[in-house]
Design a binder for this molecule. Sequence first.
Ligand SMILES: [Zn+2]
Length: 173
Amino acid sequence: MGIEEVKCPKCGKSAKVRSYSSINLTEKPKMKKDIIEGKINSAICLKCGSKINLRSHILLSYLEPPKWIWLVSKKHQHPNYQQEFLEKIAPQTTISTFPQQMVFVDFGEPCKGLELILSDSDPKCCEEWLELGKIQSGYDAVESYKSALRIDQRNVEAKKLLNDELDKLKTYT
Ligand SMILES: [Zn+2]
């Protein structure tokens, strides 16, 4: 961790932001709360109030058993991104044999889906499956929306999101 100086994309005033490229959650379990509440990788410009995000991705890691969770900016949320990322942006990580997961978040905003993932609890209701699906992409998101519909088959939002995701899969593959 360090302090990084960044320029506001709107007004150009510089701001100091705590910067992380990765966070080990086995060593720093208390960071979970900040991550879920959207308090990492983001600052508000003191001059114009714009949101400043430092990075487009941050690695969350666990030891024993090892697990990696990539937090990626929502602007990259499409079904092919994980593969692209592993091939082009972080190719050295493809050789790891432990589980890797990718979720898409709006840095600076609280995220309920992330809370489910970081507390390691399975979604229990239709709403929670929806929250999970919204931070996933591709077949993972499809499975979450289907699970939501298994609980409440009349849920309009789940139906819409499922169809949108299936359309995206057709477009990207
Ligand atoms: Zn500004």
